[in-house]
Write a protein that binds this ligand. Sequence first.
Ligand code: NAD
Length: 256
Amino acid sequence: FLGGKTAVVTGSNSGIGLGIAHELARAGADLVLNSFTDTPQDHALAESLAAEHGVKVRYIQADMSKGKECRALIEAAGACDILVNNAGIQHVAPIPDFPAERWDAIIAINLSSAFHTTAVALPMMRRAGWGRVINIASAHGLTASEYKSAYVAAKHGIVGLTKVTALETAKEPITCNAICPGYVLTPIVEKQIPDQMKTHNMSREDVIAKVMLQRQPSGQFATVEQMGGTAVFLCSPAAAQITGTTISVDGGWTAL
Ligand code: NAD
């Protein structure tokens, strides 16, 4: 049902962004994939998604830490009916030791990029007469954990931006919502495991069970396919009156 629509998914050469891209393409959307790299694998990935789903897929390199490149990405896409602000990074350290440069990078990539892409995409959605903005926040957009100051601040920030975007488009056939995943076993989570092992003096298995999934009552990781399915739902007619809110896909994390 998304045939003829173009979806731009930031940070989509791996993990949740790639999972969402697959599900949007399965529903018929053409895609723009993105990351900050520009490798043969990035372009091969675009070709394989196009072949698998029979849609048009382009890969456009742009660094989401730079406002100008965020804006240029949407301009280069040419059309943006569905904008998924997904690019994100993490750094784990107590506040006194948290490198200021990492703080700035996390705020830029996880929060400010969505402001820049949305600013260029909304006029395009208005011209097209339909639009969906889907921000990938986190359970950490609604709750906090120690040692993740920048990430929690950025994710709470993107939930706020989601509400403002929804209010500014409320009278139009455009919606804006945030998906709040719990833990999904993607590269961003893999990279945290060694730090958490050090901080908590635990084995890999114990970090997964006692630190990560301890917060997730289901005791299971959520999956990238589930994030993709939620994004497709937000693009469906059933979701046309859902705007300015968060959808948690977190195995019960935020019910605790
Ligand atoms: P990931 O590391 O697999 O994916 C991150 C993506 O962002 C990659 O494609 C990477 O290339 C891209 N990226 C990083 N820096 C970029 C930059 N400067 N410019 C453009 N692209 C850049 O991790 P993921 O788990 O798939 O994370 C995707 C989103 O989901 C993030 O916003 C993350 O905060 C959020 N999230 C993840 C989890 C989880 O448990 N995995 C939970 C909640 C929220």
